[in-house]
Design a protein around this ligand. Structure first.
Ligand SMILES: Cc1ncc(COP(=O)(O)O)c(C=O)c1O
Length: 426
């Protein structure tokens, strides 16, 4: 307790009062292993939140790959090295054939920053479409799209934010294709509004599963319709797979669920299991045009250690069949949550794919009044009982779960059992 207070005081003094922290009583995590985190008192937490530790915290094969490459060589990408090429071949083979080139960065923000520059350069336009409850990173350019922190509004006249597609609180009282058309019409309106302002369209940047928006169930066919509209208007589609990607949805990439082929895909978070590696995959012609105009270089991006870590992540994913695991255990969790919903009226909606799980909490199922305070309380109580999760959504009332990929059925039973207790307690 004393130690935590001292850490809080030092933190406020050294890295700022407002540096974000989770929980009313923040946790002091000192060790991780697989799906588990341990605090300074030795208390064990089931990690249902940290997708960066994709193949499990401190996975020995990734740790070993990083250690071995660190002990051999770690420079930048202006020397010849097999590491980045072997990784690029292997990674791009998981995409549509047209997406065959890789550029590596250190963060997802940088990847999106380059994607925006590339789209603007290659189309000659400036206009970008995003959603009204999103986050794609922290560079000055990408922050123009951070509607999540700006009451739904973009921070630039060159950005239009459309309502994110959802079926639980739909824009109009419709379903299926008809609802998809309503949301697609919002894309059309954004394109028209750029035209009226004399701004040429550069593209549209979406997370294909709308993770930061609150993991909505997207009306079927919406993405295809939206991407077609953007292409017809001369823009490019950038799929931000920084959170969504690397098999968590039960498909390798979130956009593959909708059968669309993006022009640029950005990657990050789980890519190096915690080692900072991110990047973008795109068409050869777009990369060539970008490189023609811009002398892009990134000191740490794609260095041999980054590539060793990223390759080891793919090795472990294959060896431990983690994509299949995401599919089966994710479905198991959602079925379990469905059973809990019969007993606990706060559960308004259950959604997600693979090991992406969202549970929207409401005060009343009929009116769907959001329950943000209760959601915060549940998150804190789960932590007290040793289960870590987050919350998102327009109203901060969606429990967000995206555990390390080796999450087992036993882990799921513990998660569901603890949720049952916490929902049941006053
Ligand atoms: C969808 C999405 N894109 C991009 C980013 C930015 O990634 P990074 O924090 O590595 O810069 C985030 C970070 O939360 C994200 O959620």
């Amino acid at each position: 307790m004393k130690e935590r207070e001292s850490l809080l005081e030092r933190r406020a003094r050294l890295i700022g009062e407002r540096a974000p922290l989770f929980y009313d009583e923040p946790v002091h995590i000192v060790r991780g292993e697989g799906v588990w985190l341990f605090d300074a008192d030795g208390k064990r937490y089931l990690d249902c939140y940290n997708n960066v530790a994709h193949v499990g915290h401190c996975h020995p094969q990734v740790v070993d790959a990083i250690a071995r490459q660190s002990a051999t060589l770690n420079t930048h990408t202006r020397y010849l090295h097999e590491g980045i090429l072997d990784y690029a071949e292997r990674l791009t083979a998981t995409f549509d054939k047209s997406l065959s080139s890789l550029t590596l960065t250190c963060t997802g923000s940088e990847a999106n920053d380059i994607a925006l520059r590339m789209a603007r350069l290659c189309t000659g336009g400036m206009g970008i479409i995003c959603t009204d409850n999103t986050y794609h990173g922290n560079t000055a350019t990408v922050d123009e799209l951070s509607t999540l922190f700006n009451e739904g509004k973009p921070r630039s006249p060159h950005v239009r934010a459309i309502p994110f597609p959802e079926t639980y609180r739909p824009l109009r009282d419709l379903e299926g294709e008809a609802l998809a058309d309503v949301y697609a019409d919002e894309v059309r309106k954004a394109i028209d509004s750029f035209r009226q302002a004399g701004i040429r369209l550069a593209g549209m940047l979406f997370c294909p599963i709308f993770a930061n928006e609150g993991l909505p169930t997207v009306p079927p066919g919406f993405l295809k319709k939206a991407v077609n509209l953007v292409h017809e208007a001369g823009g490019l589609f950038i799929a931000d797979e920084v959170q969504a990607g690397f098999g968590r949805t039960g498909t390798m990439w979130g956009h593959q669920i909708s059968g669309i082929v993006p022009d640029i895909v950005t990657l990050g978070k789980p890519m190096g299991n915690g080692y900072p590696v991110a990047g973008l995959v795109t068409r050869v012609d777009l990369l060539a045009r970008f490189r023609q105009e811009i002398e892009y270089f990134n000191t740490f991006g794609g260095n041999p250690v980054a590539c060793a870590a990223a390759s080891a992540v793919l090795d472990v994913m294959e060896k431990e069949q983690l994509m299949d695991n995401a599919r089966t255990v994710g479905d198991y969790i959602r079925v379990g949550l469905g059973k809990l919903a019969r007993r606990h009226a706060r559960i308004g909606d259950i959604r997600g794919q693979g090991l992406w799980v969202g549970v929207e909490l409401v005060r009343d199922r009929q009116s769907r009044e959001p329950a943000p305070e209760e959601t915060k309380q549940i998150m804190n109580r789960m932590k007290d009982r040793g289960v870590i999760m987050g919350r998102i959504g327009r109203y901060d009332n969606v429990l967000k779960m995206r555990p390390p990929m080796p999450f087992s059925r036993d882990n799921a039973d513990l998660l569901l059992g603890t949720l049952d207790e916490v929902f049941g307690s006053p």
